[in-house]
Design a protein around this ligand. Structure first.
Ligand code: ADP
Ligand code: MG
Length: 695
């Protein structure tokens, strides 16, 4: 099993290198754990005339009739069968595909059909050799993930199958069970060797289902076991800073609040108080929609730390946000007498000195800022709690630096995020954190009326914006970031939009319009943003830089152009920018003419709900967690081989319960029946980058 892949018949040094570089397969064991991502049932080929865009995937078999190289990055192939013709489109691997798809030859094409200009095509279909052998009907053949380099190096789908066959016949006898008998029985799992054989070469659909369930369960189980075990270790190690008191500052602030806390806020503060007084280090994720009142909770938590003689820092991802936090927090702190400071990259040398001194001698209780807070020159007397806002912008290294700033023991950590994360993803991404959710909005927040319009209604929309501006309100107009060849190309887009707005809202009539985009310098951005925030501009035209941005309670209209290009969660964040003041607010989603039906459905969902969690769940279902992670998290710290966070939510819960009950009975996995689990965990496959333990 541990043998180098190179010595497997059919591999050799050249292919071995390819398998290592392209797929990370080094040993026979790696190879047999590299699974097909789908199966071809050779009997299910759809006649071209019957293909509709409503199905998720389709397989057609057709002869290439023409190939049209539209440009170096766009290849169009026309294929036909007895029933009709359709187009296959390629924007990647154009040369390779062009050479392969010679007119007159027949291939199998597999992919997602879509409707484009009234005709159906498939973009980037997978291409396979045609079905020749009719006796193969009903037999499931695994299709393995591949790359262009692999195909060029002769490691085709067929070769992969042969290699798997060879590896299995050598290793299957050596495969040992990785789960205790009791778990296998309790969860109705098939034995591991059976699963491995059938995931590659299924006897039939039922055998495949059994194999896949077993392997998915195993993967999710070990992931959860590893996460939960880390949590056990941390909660038992009494290395946290004990904060048994609440203290006068907390009471002073609390007593002066002009409103009472929502039930959710009260619950979360209780959870945090319990953590802080427990003697273990707190690692808590605080999730709550934009406007749910997280800042309040953060401030009260900081005041508990202050009440125990410790300092706290609040880190924001941008300077604008740090300033806004600081201004808000000062208001809350007024009745407490706690000294608070703002420290960012642009704090002047002169202002910086007294702040650094105040942090070093302990006279500053709360410091708000950006990454500047964890620079080497910043020394704390006793940092007891760090609040991190929008945590995904902070890297592992920065967290590690933060840790080193504690007074011996690491500071408690409260991570705040306004991005609602679906349960299954949260259980995985933050499986080792405790999660608090503020799922209740402060009273008095008015719903944001959301509507979806086409470009033909822009004139009516402009009229509506003028009415709102006449009533003293302000409007956002947001354009998507556009990347072409990985380069940011949003400028022309948003600048064109700016021109359009200037035409519809001319200066001569007294309208003032500001523009903010990613290509501006920080000073330009801040200048324009504050012009809007301070009410000197009626309209802010921007790209998504305002997503996690400023609070402008007077803004009542959020226009989102090319709305179909945004993810749902992103739209939700943007919409959260309005509806923060006393006025009724509106979100207008403008779709482009060629918006697909699918994209339109996503936009319709936005119009029907304001519940961030529901939107996040739907977003993940529609796009898959990959995208979600790609846009919102800086990379998932683990990669799943076979299970899917989208589709296997129930199995994930089952696996997590199972892992929990194993640990409840045997926290350090010392019992003989759990030895096998410890052995698997030690292989380290499921280790999260555990930033809480970086020293
Ligand atoms: P978040 O940080 O979650 O986006 P904030 O803490 O900025 O939310 O709160 C949004 C607004 O709601 C602020 O103006 C805040 O003063 C107000 N607020 C917070 N908690 C309450 C409450 N319990 N009752 C009424 N208003 C509240
Ligand atoms: Mg906030």
């Amino acid at each position: 099993m541990k043998n180098d892949i190179q010595y497997l018949p059919g591999v050799g040094p050249k292919r071995a290198l390819l398998l290592k570089n392209e797929l990370g397969i080094f040993t026979l064991e790696d190879l047999i754990h590299f699974y097909p991502f789908r199966y071809l049932d050779r009997s299910s080929v759809t006649p071209i005339a019957e293909v509709t865009p409503d199905v998720a995937y389709v397989q057609v078999q057709g002869k290439v009739v023409s190939r049209n190289l539209i440009n170096i990055k766009h290849l169009s192939i026309m294929v036909e069968d007895d029933s009709g013709r359709m187009e296959m489109v390629f924007f990647k691997g154009v040369k390779w595909t062009y050479d392969k798809l010679e007119p007159g030859r027949t291939f199998l094409f597999f992919g997602k059909p879509q409707s484009f200009n009234g005709r159906i095509n498939i973009v980037h279909p997978e291409i396979d050799n045609p079905v020749q052998d009719t006796s193969a009907r009903g037999v499931l053949t695994g299709v393995y993930p591949s790359t262009e380099k692999l195909k060029n190096g002769g490691v085709t789908g067929k070769v992969m199958c042969k290699l798997e066959q060879a590896a299995l016949s050598l290793c299957l006898g050596e495969v040992h069970e990785t789960l205790p008998e009791s778990i296998i029985r309790a969860h109705g799992l098939c034995p591991l060797p059976y699963a491995l054989k059938n995931i590659h070469f299924p006897d039939d659909q039922r055998a495949l289902a059994l194999a896949s369930r077993r392997l998915k369960f195993e993967e999710l189980f070990f992931l959860q076991l590893s996460l939960l075990k880390q949590r056990y270790v941390r909660s038992r190690a009494a290395n946290g800073i004990p904060m048994p008191h609440v203290g006068p500052a907390f009471h002073a602030c609390f007593g002066a609040l002009p409103y009472s806390l929502t039930g959710a806020q009260q619950r979360v503060i209780k959870e945090i108080r319990a953590d802080l007084s427990s003697g273990s280090q707190m690692n808590r994720l605080l999730q709550g929609d934009v406007g749910s009142g997280k800042t309040m909770v953060a401030v009260l938590s900081c005041l508990i730390a202050v009440g125990n003689g410790y300092q706290t820092c609040i880190m924001a991802p941008t300077e604008v946000l740090a300033k806004q936090h600081y201004a808000n927090i000062l208001k809350y702190l007024a009745p407490t007498g706690v000294r608070c400071a703002l420290l960012t990259g642009s704090t002047s040398r002169k202002d910086r000195r007294p702040i650094l001194e105040g942090l070093a001698d302990g006279s500053i209780g709360i410091v708000v800022g950006t990454h500047a807070l964890i620079e080497d020159t910043v020394q704390y007397k006793a940092l007891g709690l760090a609040v991190i806002d929008e945590q995904h912008r902070f890297g592992v290294d920065q967290r590690a630096t933060l840790w080193s700033k504690g007074p011996g023991a690491p500071p408690h950590v409260l991570v705040m995020t306004a991005t609602p994360i679906p349960r299954t993803l949260a259980m995985t991404l933050y499986g080792d954190l405790d999660v608090s959710i503020i799922d209740e909005m402060p009273p008095g927040r008015k719903p944001v009326q959301t509507m979806l319009i086409g470009q033909n209604r822009l004139p009516a929309m402009y009229r509506f914006m003028r009415e709102q501006i006449a009533m003293g309100r302000q409007c956002f107009v947001v354009y998507p970031m556009i990347f072409i060849n990985e380069k940011l190309e949003d400028v022309s887009n948003v600048e064109q939009g700016y021109e359009d707005i200037l035409k519809a809202f001319p200066l001569e009539e007294g309208y003032k319009v500001a523009i903010v985009h990613g290509q501006q310098s920080n000073e330009q951005k801040e200048f324009n943003m504050s012009a809007f925030a301070e009410g000197r501009a009626h309209i802010l035209v921007s790209t998504t830089v305002i997503e996690v941005g400023v609070d402008v309670p007077n803004a009542s209209v959020m226009v989102i152009r090319s709305a179909q290009r945004f993810g749902l969660s992103q739209l939700h964040q943007l919409r959260g920018r309005v509806g923060r003041g006393a006025e009724k607010s509106y979100c207008i989603l403008v779709k482009d003419p060629k918006t697909s039906r699918e994209a339109e459905q996503r936009l319709e969902l936005m119009c029907s709900t304001e519940d961030g969690f529901e939107i996040a769940e739907q977003d993940m279902k529609m796009r898959g967690p990959g995208d979600l992670e790609g846009t919102q998290q800086s990379g998932l710290p683990i990669s799943l081989g076979i299970a899917s966070l989208t589709r296997d939510g129930l199995l994930l819960e089952e696996a997590r319960h199972c892992a929990q009950s194993v640990l409840d009975g045997d926290p350090s996995l010392e019992k003989p029946q759990n030895a096998v689990l410890l052995r698997e965990l030690r292989k380290g496959k499921f280790e999260l980058r555990d930033y809480s333990n970086i020293s």
